[in-house]
Design a protein around this ligand. Structure first.
Ligand code: CMC
Length: 392
């Protein structure tokens, strides 16, 4: 069977070539299709970045208008899917609902199952997924409140439509503060792709069996849910709350994080690839200050977060291991200021990551990559004979 190289966690194994995202963890550089994340976060919109990731270039005005029109045409959810959706217990975790609902789209759009679909047919499936995802996400939120769902308004742009379905009311027009729309665009752009992380690798590996787009993305959502990955944004706020209730002593909690006999980790700190700083965290920290200021929100956990960061960054444990705040350290504080409940944070990460997952799935399919199938080194028993139950 040949020689097998072991690399638990794939720390040094490249699984693919990719032309989508460039990441230099030593220098703290992140670019989508060559464009620095800092510029995109400042100057672009989320839907434009989605186009860039999926199709490889920034759109012209005509291309963008066409794309936006196509996406707007598919924002409705099949009414039968609502019955399935209504069956979830009100308090079930939004991520469990999201992965189930996105997987269920394959039942409603069976044409997506064809692995030999033309590029045009695949593109329609991509548009449908991009269009329906915000509707699903906002409906999950409305259900958690016991409120009626809001149907999409296709005259609104992508992010405004999502916010309207989330914060709008069936009974009256609600104006969404432009600060909120701009903050959402920025956060979603910063989450839009991150090369071969756990959920993206999952999407590619599931898709490599020729599984359809909806199922592949549903698997990615499940991978994202874990607290070591996208679930960290929920875990950070829960941690900061616990520290606050415990009296706000950052030194005490950092000591716990350093103690190898204590399972506690400083959530929102450390990254597999960034060993300098996470460029997304830098932008988010600044955005967090600006947004809380503009909205006039004061959140006591922000001070705890800042104190933790400052203390950790001068502590040899964190310095030696090159542990820096990551994208999730401050994002939850912004989501909270915008009015989202904690258990929606990872769903927002998924909404942001969607174009990246789609782009990676499409690239894998276009490149006709072989099925993903890692090997192992067997450590079990050598051959032994079956023992009858009475003799065991
Ligand atoms: N708190 C305390 N110690 C830590 C932490 C932390 N947050 N992160 C890493 N370490 C220590 C770890 O114990 C190990 O120490 P030692 O060498 O003494 O055994 C060393 O640093 C290396 O850590 P590792 O677990 O081998 O590194 P990894 O690359 O396998 O894990 C990570 C990366 C992100 C899973 C990890 O840093 C972590 O658990 N962080 C907290 C969870 C988190 O914030 N995740 C979000 C990641 S960014 C969003 C996304 O894209 O998913």
């Amino acid at each position: 069977t040949g020689f097998i190289t072991l690399d638990p966690g794939f720390k040094n194994t490249g699984a693919t070539t990719s032309a989508i995202t460039y990441l230099d963890g030593e220098e703290g550089i992140l670019r989508y299709r060559g464009y620095p994340i800092e510029e995109l976060a400042e100057k672009s919109t989320f839907l434009e970045v989605a186009y860039l990731l999926i199709y490889g270039e920034l759109p012209t005005q005509a291309e963008f208008t066409d794309f936006q029109n196509k996406v707007s045409r598919h924002t409705l959810i099949h009414e039968d899917m609502k019955k399935f959706f209504e069956g979830f217990p009100t308090k079930s975790h939004p991520m469990g609902q999201l992965s189930a609902l996105v997987g269920a789209l394959s039942a409603f759009y069976p044409e997506s199952l064809n692995p030999d679909a033309s590029e045009e047919e695949d593109n329609l499936t991509i548009i449908k997924l991009l269009a329906k995802f915000p509707t699903i996400v906002s409906w999950i939120y409305k259900k958690s409140l016991g409120h009626p769902v809001i149907y999409p308004k296709n005259k609104l742009d992508y992010v405004s439509n999502y916010l309207n379905m989330t914060f709008g009311q069936l009974t009256e027009e609600v104006e969404i503060d432009p600060i909120v729309t701009s903050a959402m665009n920025k956060l979603l752009i910063l989450h839009a792709d991150h090369e071969q992380n756990c959920s993206t690798s999952t999407v590619r590996i599931v898709g490599s069996s020729n599984a359809n787009l909806f199922t592949s993305i549903s698997a990615g959502i499940s991978a994202l849910w874990g607290p070591l990955h996208g679930g960290a944004n929920q875990a950070v706020i829960e941690m900061l709350e616990r520290i606050k209730e415990d009296g706000g002593d950052s030194e005490k909690w950092l000591a716990k994080a350093k103690d190898k006999n204590d399972p506690f980790r400083l959530m929102g700190f450390g990254h597999r690839v960034y060993k300098n700083f996470d460029p997304r965290a830098k932008i988010i920290k600044k955005a967090c200050d600006d947004i809380l200021d503009s909205l006039g929100v004061q959140d006591p956990v922000l001070n705890i977060a800042k104190k933790l960061e400052e203390t950790a960054l001068s502590d040899p444990y964190f310095v030696d291991r090159k542990l820096y705040p990551n994208v999730d350290f401050y994002s939850g504080i912004i989501y909270r200021a915008l009015g989202f409940p904690t258990d929606m944070f990872t769903v927002l990460f998924a909404l942001g990551r969607l174009p990246g997952w789609i782009a990676q799935w499409k690239e894998m399919r276009t490149n006709k990559e072989p099925i993903g199938r890692p090997r192992q080194v067997y450590t079990g028993h050598p051959k032994r004979n079956f023992v009858a139950m009475k003799d065991r």
